[in-house]
Design a protein around this ligand. Structure first.
Ligand SMILES: Cc1ncc(COP(=O)(O)O)c(C=O)c1O
Length: 312
C-alpha cells in the first residue's frame, strides 16, 4: 500500500520542530508507541472556501483535544498549544495545500521498551494529505449501510474514551473490519450496557418526530468536534437536540440516522442491520444539517461561527 493521498515528492512532514521530506519522516521499529499504543493524535480538515481562500476548521478545538488526550494518557508534549497549531499551518503552507486532512500525532519514541519506561523522548509529527469523503461521496449523498458490531465500546474505566489515543483504536479497527468483511460500510458500537455509543470513527445521531437525539458525553464516546458543531447548528436552526442514551432498536425505528466526524463529515445512514431507516433516503433534518455544515466549512464568509475558521 502506498501513502494516503496524492502527494508530490517534495511533500514535507513536520517532525519534532522541523519540516522534513515525506520519505525522511520515519521512526525506529522499537518506537515505544508502536508497541503499546500510548500516543495521542488528531484529524483536522482544511477546506477551500467560496471566497477563494482556505481555512482550517476548528483548529483551536482540535489542538485543545490533542492536549487533553496527552493529559489523559500522561504524555508531556514538548511544544506549546500555539506551537502545535503553528505546526499544522506551517505543514499546510509548506505543501501549498488548499484542501487537506491534517494528522498531528504525539508519541513516545525509542530508547526503552518497559511499559513504564521514562527514558523515551516524546515526539511530535504533523502530516497533511488529501483525503476525500471518508465514507465515499456516494455515502454523503445517498447514505451508507451500517451494522452493529459484535465488539463493544470499551467500558468507562478501561477505555479512556475522551482521549483520541492510538492504542484504543484497535477496538475501532476490529469493528470496522468485521462489518466491512460482511459487506457494510460502517460499524456502530454499543456500550457495555447495550446503549448505542458511536461508530468506529464517528459520533451518531438519530432524528425522531422532528427532534435530534445523540448519546451524552457521559457515555464512552469521543467528544466529537463535528458532534458539537452539529448540535450548535441544529439549535441555530431551531431543532431540539436531546443528549441521552438510546437502545439499538431505537436506531431501527428512527426517522433518520446520521454519523458525524472530521473524516466522514455528515454522512447519512440509510440502513442499520439490514433494516431500512425511514424512507431509505437521507431525511429532511439530515439534509438541512448537511447543507448548513458544508456551507459553513466551504462557503464564502460565514455570518455565524467565523471564530471556527483559521485562514491560511
Ligand atoms: C471514535 C471516534 N468517535 C467520534 C469521532 C468524531 O470526532 P470529530 O468530529 O472530532 O472528528 C472520531 C474522529 O475523530 C472518532 O475517532
Amino acid at each position: 500500500m502506498g501513502h494516503p493521498g496524492v502527494l508530490s515528492p517534495v511533500s514535507k512532514i513536520w517532525l519534532d520542530g522541523k519540516l522534513v521530506d515525506w520519505s525522511a519522516a520515519s521512526v525506529h521499529v522499537l518506537t515505544h508507541s508502536l508497541h503499546y499504543g500510548v500516543a495521542a493524535f488528531e484529524g483536522i480538515r482544511l477546506y477551500p472556501r467560496g471566497d477563494g481562500r482556505s481555512a482550517v476548521f476548528r483548529l483551536e478545538d482540535h489542538i485543545g483535544r490533542l492536549l487533553d488526550s496527552c493529559h489523559i494518557c500522561t504524555l508531556e508534549p514538548p511544544f506549546s498549544r500555539a506551537e502545535l497549531a503553528g505546526a499544522c499551518l506551517d505543514t499546510l503552507r509548506a505543501n501549498r495545500m488548499t484542501e487537506a486532512y491534517i494528522r498531528p500525532i504525539i508519541f513516545l519514541g525509542d530508547g526503552g521498551l518497559g511499559l513504564g519506561s521514562r527514558d523515551v523522548p516524546t515526539r511530535v509529527a504533523v502530516a497533511a494529505y488529501q483525503w476525500g469523503a471518508y465514507l465515499g461521496e456516494d455515502g454523503v449523498q445517498t447514505g451508507i449501510r451500517a451494522k452493529v458490531s459484535s465488539f463493544t465500546r470499551g467500558a468507562l474505566n478501561s477505555a479512556m474514551s475522551k482521549g483520541k489515543i492510538s492504542g484504543q483504536y484497535v477496538n475501532s479497527v476490529l469493528a470496522k473490519r468485521e462489518v466491512m468483511r460482511a459487506g457494510y460500510e460502517e460499524a456502530i458500537l454499543l456500550d457495555a450496557q447495550g446503549h448505542v455509543a458511536e461508530a468506529s470513527g464517528e459520533n451518531i445521531f438519530i432524528a425522531k418526530h422532528g427532534r435530534l437525539i445523540t448519546p451524552p458525553l457521559s457515555s464512552p464516546i469521543l467528544a466529537g468536534i463535528t458532534r458539537d458543531t452539529t448540535i450548535t447548528l441544529a439549535r441555530d436552526l431551531g431543532i431540539t437536540v436531546e443528549e441521552r442514551t438510546f437502545a439499538r432498536d431505537e436506531l431501527y425505528i428512527a426517522d433518520e440516522v446520521f454519523l458525524t466526524g472530521t473524516a466522514a463529515e455528515l454522512t447519512p445512514v440509510r440502513e442499520v442491520d439490514d433494516r431500512r431507516i425511514g424512507t431509505g433516503e437521507p431525511g429532511s433534518i439530515t439534509r438541512r444539517l448537511q447543507e448548513t455544515f458544508f456551507s459553513l466549512v466551504r462557503g464564502a464568509a460565514p455570518t455565524r461561527h467565523a471564530e471556527w475558521l483559521s485562514y491560511l
